[in-house]
Ligand binder design. Structure first.
Ligand code: MG
Length: 626
């Protein structure tokens, strides 16, 4: 059932800054309203009326004032005091211009387990609110003392039967208990006063800590939030979808960044719920090219590295200082053009990947989807006769081009490059298998949402990889047909391979590029003969895999002599090797997937990182000696 998009709201607790900054960020990104969290009001310098005026000026509705805790079914004298407390909140709400109060179910050990008492208290509160033209919404907390499910909260609201009392549902509180709202249709739509939306990664910990620190935006966690929204809309709810996210990392990130992620997540979940439609996710056909920002000097050295890896010099740009290297379906572009996006990238980051391109079946549609999900297209200035390639910027600033086959069969290189004759030799490497990116601390969720929303890449499980100098968290994402695969890495420590990359490159970016072959042993022989330098793997590793996998002596010798790592699962085998890093920054991986092996050799990642650390140590010593 496609409906008009629901209004979008965000609780001020979800983002960083002062109350005014939070509201300005929400309005700038395009939210329709905000839930005012009481703590944000208490720390605000002005009056509630000032906030009302700010909201009016920003065009924001104050969708809800929250929370009101420890209310229902308290013994006297707390009960009488609670009614006085409610009257004071109503005073504030009237000044704020907030019409709805969120009351969450009581967690106090003093709360009496008596539904009749709870009903009577909420009825009295609703009657008092009603006299002032206000309303009360009752929300079941998953850890509520006596009331912890939406059904139970609804029974109380139904028994009270007052026009100013309704139900508030919250996806976290429902889904965290393994519950759902499939039967929410029993509640008349006008009694569902408000809906709060949050996702969370699947973690085993107490509900309160899980909720207060690890909630995240829909599409970033593991809860079935789209099903929740589908049931909510199916039950006739047409009020706001309001994000209520308690997350320590979100509250320390820039407010607008988080607000954009938040609104993007709501637009996505609404479409995933079938309520609205977004331009379709494109079909993919792998990675078309990777573009490096270089200067003349590093460009020469990187060209040499690529030649050693079997690439041939395939073309020179007609008007710019841009070179094309190619083998199989892999295109590497080296851009040293002055006054370009690449030059700017080089100034900030040094030699590094500044762009990559996905081959898609419909670039225009992919750009429309990106725009619908709050990502504006990027346009690089082009010369006369050059082809304009649609692009968007990833959250780390890397340009993502979308390349589509041309109807006349010409390639993007034909118009812009003077192409040289192809060599007769066979390609050793066939295609780019995956690209690994190092992300800044705290930004994994943001990148996951970006790739999932815009391109439909789905996250696999999170890996914790022990580096010699700290822990790295790694999450791979892939398109449905595995044509595009990315690995996202994050590290708290500055000394891990990921941490060092972020320091060396002044920020996030592509850390390694994995290229596929169908015969790794032959390819390693030939690349080594061409002068490629690979990461030495310690002998103990081979003794370990011999014991673990029972490999025969000949196979083991082949692997050992070429520094090839090995993994296996029920679906097949995986063989891979790594080059030495380029300027202690990015490096290349050569890999072979056998049968249906679909992982990334994660089991070997710590071996690789230890070998890289050892290599760095020895090169440092060497530098000291000379
Ligand atoms: Mg809530």
């Amino acid at each position: 059932m496609t409906i008009a998009s629901l209004p979008k709201s965000i609780a001020t607790v979800s983002i960083s800054g002062t109350l005014a900054e939070k509201m300005e960020a929400a309005a700038a990104i395009g939210f329709d309203g905000v839930e005012i969290f009481e703590n944000d009001l208490l720390t605000f310098e002005g009056t509630p009326k000032d906030i009302r005026h700010l909201a009016e000026n920003l065009g924001l509705v104050i969708t809800c004032f929250q929370p009101f805790r420890e209310f229902e079914a308290m013994p006297e004298p707390q009960r009488a005091r609670n009614m006085d407390r409610a009257e004071r909140k109503f005073d504030v709400m009237q000044q704020l211009g907030a019409e709805l109060l969120l009351v969450c179910s009581n967690v106090s050990p003093a709360a009496i387990n008596d539904d009749a008492r709870a009903t009577a208290d909420l009825l009295e509160m609703a009657e008092r609110a009603h006299k002032r033209g206000l309303r009360v919404g009752f929300e079941a907390l998953a850890w509520g003392r006596n009331i912890n499910t939406w059904r139970h909260a609804w029974e109380i609201v139904q028994d009270a039967d007052h026009p100013a009392l309704g139900l508030i549902v919250d996806s976290f509180h429902t889904l965290a208990l393994g519950d759902d709202i499939a039967r929410l249709g029993v509640v008349p739509p006008d009694k569902i006063f408000f809906a709060q939306i949050a996702d969370a990664p699947k973690l085993s910990m107490d509900l309160l800590s899980w909720s207060r620190h690890f909630r995240n935006f829909p599409g970033q966690g593991g809860l079935p939030v789209a099903d929740f929204v589908r049931d909510l809309i199916g039950a006739g709810y047409r009020g706001p979808l309001s994000l209520e996210i308690f997350n320590d990392e979100f509250r320390s990130a820039p407010a607008r960044l988080m607000a954009r992620d938040g609104l993007r997540s709501l637009l996505l979940v609404e479409a995933d719920a079938g309520a609205t439609t977004l331009p379709a996710i494109p079909g993919f056909d792998g990675i078309e090219f990777v573009e490096f920002a270089v200067d003349q000097h590093t460009g020469r050295r990187l060209s040499e590295t690529l030649r050693c890896l079997g690439f041939h010099y395939a073309g020179r740009h007609k008007s710019k200082s841009v070179d094309l290297f190619r083998q199989g379906r892999i295109n590497m572009i080296l851009n040293s053009e002055q006054d370009s996006a690449a030059a700017e990238h080089f100034q900030f980051h040094g030699p590094s990947v500044c762009a990559m391109a996905f081959r898609v079946d419909n670039a225009a549609q992919a750009i429309k989807r990106a725009e619908a999900l709050l990502c504006s297209p990027w346009q690089e200035p082009v010369g006369p006769g050059e082809r304009q390639i649609p692009a968007v910027r990833a959250p780390d600033g890397t340009l993502l081009y979308l390349v589509e086959d041309s109807p006349d069969g010409s390639t993007i290189y034909d118009a812009d490059f003077n192409l040289f004759a192809e060599p007769v030799m066979d390609s050793l490497l066939t295609s780019i298998d995956y690209i690994a990116q190092a992300l800044p601390t705290g930004r994994m969720d943001s990148f996951v949402l970006f790739y999932r929303a815009l391109f439909g890449l789905m996250p696999d499980r999170l890996w914790q990889i022990p580096d010699t100098m700290g822990l790295i968290q790694s999450r791979t994402m892939a398109s449905a047909g595995r044509e595009i695969r990315l690995a996202l890495n994050i590290s708290e420590s500055r000394e891990t391979t990921t941490g060092r990359f972020l320091t060396a490159s002044s920020g996030a970016g592509v850390q390694h590029i994995a290229m596929a072959t169908t015969d790794i042993v032959r390819v390693m022989e030939q690349l080594t003969a061409r002068g490629a330098r690979f990461l030495p793997i310690p002998g103990n590793y081979y003794e370990d895999i011999e014991a673990r996998w029972g490999l025969d002596a000949e196979r083991l010798d082949e692997l050992r002599s070429h520094n090839i790592l090995y993994d296996r699962d029920d679906a097949g085998e995986f063989l891979h090797a790594y080059t030495d890093p380029f300027d202690d920054r990015f490096f290349f991986e050569i890999l072979q997937r056998i049968d249906d092996y679909d992982q990334y050799g994660e089991a070997n990642a710590s071996i690789r990182m230890a070998a890289q650390a050892k290599r760095r140590g020895s090169s440092t010593k060497f530098e000291l000696l000379v």
